[in-house]
Design a protein around this ligand. Sequence first.
Ligand code: ATP
Ligand code: MG
Length: 596
Amino acid sequence: MRLPYKPASFCAMAEETRPTDFIREIVAEHLRSGKHQRIVTRFPPEPNGYLHIGHAKSICLNFGIAREFGGVCNIRMDDTNPTKEEAEYVQSIMRDVRWLIDGWADQNIGLKHFDTVPTRVSDDFQQSAIRNQKSEILPEPLYTSDYFDNLYQYAVELTRRGRAYVDEMSPEQTDEYRRIGKESSFRDRPVDENLDLLARMKAGEFPDGAKTLRAKIDMQAPNVWLRDPVLYRIRHAEHHHTGAKWRIYPMYDWAHTLSDYIEGITHSLCTLEFEVHRPLYEWILDALELSAPRPRQIEFARLNLDYTVMSKRKLIQLVHEGFVTGWDDPRMLTISGLRRRGVTPSALRTFAHEIGVTKYPSLNETALLEHAIRNEFNRTAIRRLAVLKPIKVVLTNYPAEQVEQLDAINNPEDPNAGTRKVPFSRELYIDAQDFAEVPPPKFFRLKPAGEVRLKYAYIIRCDEVVKNAAGEIIELRCTVDLESKTGGATSNRKVKGTVHWVSAPHAFDTEVRLYDRLFTVPEPDADGDFKKHINRNSLKIVTAKCEPSLRDAQPDERYQFERLGYFSLDLDSTTDRQVWNRVVTLRDTWAKVAKR
Ligand code: ATP
Ligand code: MG
């Protein structure tokens, strides 16, 4: 069921290529036929955790459709569960959504659906908050709990129509009766009695679990969701948004369907697990005889990625049990983790575009995400020289006091990026991986009596390996071909390898965090014990030597440390010490591992 990985075809695709899929075809048809004049989608997270890359797929789909078809996408907190949700999560969700669609769909955000919902804050405030995406004011989303009054009125109406009843069975008994298709003895209560009990449930007269409101549909329905589902339950709990006002809380299907209707959602896009809920979604709209236009629920396959776990329930365990440093640990495939690692919103959107939207469950490769990042950063990242594991090189025939400023290209993919000067001197560092005292076959980097070119500089030859008493290499003594620089007599001389370097007296130290996947197997949760497969070596910290121009590095920029990968400043950086994250390596190092 795995999607084939075809880098070549992806290279040709840009984010701006307009996507097509079965959902967009339906949307386009509804506009063509005049069924809808304006498209309204929604992204409805439950604020019980941080958003992950699966949510990013849903955000890109819902906001993408609003953007492409000139519609609106509402952000609605699906906050029907008073005990599990926290205001902190609302904040993080807003930050993540805003970041992901920054500069992309800002005209199409439905924070408040102005037509039908009283605005919580002034339109002016919202407009400026939307436009000024960089400001720290987080705009107010919509909340399902805003509609609790409306939802209750609809429940009264349904009861009045004889299509709902107050039941007194315990949750366990209700489940059991639904499983075997047996009717509750309270099912045929008179309408007036139901209305009275419902009002008293609302007034807080009964303890938790004493009563429920259930839809009266069909206890023998083949689809168990239609076997008189519970619509309301009693919960004497504080709600983070409505406080102590409510003693009864609506269940998912009731709240979701009617919130969609209230907001004028035209296309309610959800993952495949909700396919079985669709008949109930439609039953609710029918039973209340709600007028057109009605929302239509359409399901698509959720994103599954290899080498990770996706659900909030599992991610929360990684955080609380200390396997990672927090929700925004750069190894986490949460939106905040990806952001902190240095992934850009546009790369994430390109990834969402490339994986597409289908009705078939599949497992996508994390390599596709890395591919989207590399592809973008190859075009945009500024090239710099840094050495992760330094070995000292002394150029014995280079004047001790001399310093040259050599020209280095900032980005070969972007002529406008220009050049910079890199200091060159008698003492350099190269990376330990670029030297082998006993080289394996086809080792085209530096070896005793071998030659290599230093990027943007000279060809050097290794004459002597100097070791300490413990036998560790402390420096390589080399001679430099002083004519081999660009413009020199031997500049065209060919040597097999080119390596990166920094000038030792000019370089400065930084902390570099090198990440690997969090799990060692493609499907960590396949045996239900994902923690067993955690990769204990997923973080390596080194002290790197960086070229001086990196002192001016900016958190918003992405850098290619030549031959080492793409890097971004971590928010742990201080004015005294930079901390770098490797966003992604230059090549897929796991492809090789898998082949072995
Ligand atoms: P989780 O199981 O991770 O807790 P959830 O589905 O409970 O996810 P919600 O907050 O309810 O999370 O989801 C908000 C929206 O994001 C829903 O419309 C849901 O369908 C969508 N979504 C969640 N996970 C994925 C995924 N892996 N791929 C695509 N869409 C997803
Ligand atoms: Mg959920």
